[in-house]
Design a protein around this ligand. Sequence first.
Ligand code: ZN
Ligand code: ZN
Length: 448
Amino acid sequence: MSADWSEGDLDLAATLRDRATEGTRAYEHVSSLVTEVGPRFAGSAGDTAAVRWALNTLGTLGFSQVRTQDVLVPRWVRGTAEVSILAPFPQPLVAVALGGSVGTAEEGIEASVVRVESLDALKALSADAVKGRIVFIDQRMERTRDASGYGATVAIRSQGPSIAADLGAVALVIRSVGTSPDRIAHTGGLTYRADAPRIPAFAVSNPDADLLARQVNAGKPVRLHLHSTARELPPAWSANVIGEIPGGERADEVVLLGAHLDSWDVGPGAVDDGAGVAIVMEAARLIGRLGRKPARTIRVVLFANEEFGLSGAREYARQIGEEMNRHVVAFEADLGQGPVWRLDSRVAPEALPAISQMLKVLQPLNLESGMNTASGGADLRPLREAGVPVLDLSLDATNYFDIHHTANDTLAKIDARTLDQSVAAFAVTAWLAATKQGDFGRLQSKTE
Ligand code: ZN
Ligand code: ZN
């Protein structure tokens, strides 16, 4: 017996888990998104098509209250990028502009290279060593299951440009923040500080970073030529797309399942975050077909523009207003297709026994127990900071960063069985959260 759930609700959780494990329609949803929409970078025509796709799909799948929330998004266009070694041994490199980068002048940039292996090493350089040169940050991302390798490296991309500019660099080139051994570069957003000059920034593929490092280490001065037509356009409209599985006795209380609808422009975003979109839609759809309403409403939110500034997450938190207090718990899928291997929570201490109970139902899916320090993910940060409890159903990220933010993020990388396991974990967790007797408490506001 459990204080939190009736036997009937626990039995239905097991039913959901076993049905999803036998097979779901999640692969079909990803296939539909990447076939009918493809790349959907914030503010692009693909983004508009994705919003239409999500509205149609949620409607067709039987969701209630299908609707949009308009979101204003920044607009950036990549154009073309070129990075080549001029000396000592001329060769073209495979490169992409970092998201948000300014372009170069028509004639491009030609300068010598200064190589560092970390942001700290860059900060330790004198302005004399950097001024007028191209900084090359050659920090390799480590492959990990929990994405900690990404967390440890991503600042070279997000903060590197302004730190290099502080020292007088004319441009930044980084080793891709990604683990692909192939000749393919990983993009991703940068953040210019308001008080630093804006310099163009590029990522080169891992093998090209190796090549550049070998030339630098050969001891002769290395000169690069860079060219980019990246540019900013006026902001554009996008939208969060929302659909619900209606609750029963406590229908005004919300269990939120999130994913982001947008993708980078370089590929069709099958895994980032087509997989997440499919996992949360399918998990909720399966609950809707159980034949019994959950006590609380399960709300699927497909957020606009996660990749280039979290616009949809902020707008959602703003538009729900005081309904924030009736968001009982939130979790999202934005770390690939799975499998789910661990459950972390960030709930009030008195709700921890319920988390242990949830884990028991999830056990046949091979989940480990985690800590009560879950982040909830990028799109849920405004909710978490407002005190909404969050969960992390950790998706296995071991291979995720081989394709993350690259042209290789295609349907070929999706495995239907893996998606089914993730759907099972999300469906069980959503069902239990929506049928639990008490809530998960509230977090102190602004927790980190
Ligand atoms: Zn993502
Ligand atoms: Zn991403």
